[in-house]
Design a protein around this ligand. Structure first.
Ligand code: NAD
Length: 365
């Protein structure tokens, strides 16, 4: 797998930020006020859409499931009956673009294999819909840039499905980091992995997944380091180990990597598709520490600090994520999990893969 580098990325990000202000001003025209719920169409009806996102929409305050886009005709009737979706709001991948004529759909939520995120985000934006796209945003930083540019050009909002930003334990550790409750942060240890079953799934195919454990779940640890420091890594060093060369012939199995941040914080991270138990995030600071373990599940997140347990109620992360995006649309704000956030992760992901390939640390920025 090849990840092209892009020297003008920083300039691109600053242009996009300036453009976003323009997009935000003109989007006031589509204000969906008065308590109307925004209509979401789910693009891809696999495991996440079926078991988390659709149930999350039922719990949402500001969104409702208004349409589906699927390549599997047998799912159409099942979903239509279960969620009361009219025939006119059911699409396949070929006629998806005609969603532009459907006023019941405000947002398309892309829940397809990673390599398809770019195409369907761009087509969704060109059809005049706001786009919520699952993580990882795309298979390369260049693709992320194309998605951001397309949404900007169409004057549509774009957010990435980084659900942890809407989870109370993660919000609390972000606060502890920001307010330096335990002093200056020194080190982060973060990792997420699991034993991947079925050897025939798209997650093991490089063209569809873009990478292995790192792209799928390592990105949670990477995100955590970035949102705890509020910085971009300046130096990345990574190694990969492989024990099953047949199953993981196209994608990474286990990676450990370190990131140095401009403030001096060092992060020690790991990800795997080969075993369970890697699911933590811990920040060690000058006057104490805080951690989540397990940190990244749909529920059951547990937090501890050097002063005692974090006792917080958890809600539905997907309902909270979609409600936040709906508010961004109706209140004309940029999402805190914007396309630029997704791009910054892919820049770091590419540096991790480059470090593995070259056997040397990669300097960024
Ligand atoms: P899945 O395999 O269960 O579903 C994928 C869907 O895409 C299926 O409906 C399938 O029919 C469709 N599809 C269309 N073209 C396909 C092709 N060429 N090959 C395979 N499937 C194809 O996957 P999932 O677990 O629902 O993941 C979908 C996306 O959601 C991925 O980007 C993944 O990273 C992301 N995800 C996010 C979270 C989260 O917590 N935010 C959790 C799981 C998955």
């Amino acid at each position: 797998m090849k990840f092209p580098t892009h020297p003008s990325r920083r300039r691109f990000l600053s242009q996009v930020t300036a453009g976003a202000a323009l997009a935000t001003r003109s989007a006031v025209a589509d204000h969906h006020g008065g308590g109307k719920k925004l209509g979401f169409a789910l693009v891809g009806l696999g495991s996440l859409a079926t078991n988390q996102i659709a149930p999350g929409l039922l719990k949402s305050k500001h969104c409702k499931l208004a349409g589906i886009v699927t390549g599997t005709p047998t799912k159409e009737k099942v979903w239509a009956e279960k969620y009361g979706i009219p025939e006119k709001s059911i699409y396949n991948y070929e006629n998806f673009d005609s969603i532009k004529d459907n006023p019941d759909i405000d947002v398309v939520y892309i829940v397809l294999p990673n390599s398809m995120h770019k195409e369907f985000t761009i087509r969704g934006a060109q059809a005049g819909k706001h786009v919520l796209c699952e993580k990882p945003m795309a298979n390369s930083a260049v693709d992320c840039e194309a998605m951001i540019a397309a949404c900007k050009k169409a004057n549509r909002k774009l957010a990435i499905g980084y659900r942890c930003h809407f989870e109370p334990h993660h919000q609390e550790i972000m606060r502890l980091a920001r307010e330096k409750t335990f002093g200056e942060m020194k080190m982060i240890e973060a990792g997420f992995g699991f034993r991947l079953g079925n050897p025939n799934q798209w997650r093991l195919k490089a063209d569809l997944a873009g990478g292995g454990a790192l792209m799928d779940v390592g990105i949670y640890a990477l995100q955590a380091c970035r949102y705890l420091t509020g910085e971009e890594p300046s130096l990345i060093s990574a190694i990969e180990t492989k024990t099953d060369f047949e199953k993981f012939k196209e994608v990474d199995e286990t990676i450990v990597w370190t990131m140095t941040f401009p403030s001096g914080v060092i992060a020690n991270c790991s990800t795997t598709y080969n075993f369970n138990g890697v699911k933590h995030c811990k920040a060690s600071c000058s006057d104490g520490w805080f951690e989540l373990d397990p940190a990244y599940g749909y529920d059951g997140i547990t937090g501890m600090t050097s002063k005692g347990e974090l006792k917080l109620e958890s809600g539905d992360q997907f309902a909270a994520e979609m409600d936040d995006f709906a508010k961004c649309i109706t209140e004309n704000k940029e999402s805190r999990v914007s396309g630029e956030e997704g791009l910054k992760d892919l820049i770091a992901v590419e540096a991790i893969y480059k470090s593995i390939r070259t056997g040397t640390p990669v300097r960024l920025g």
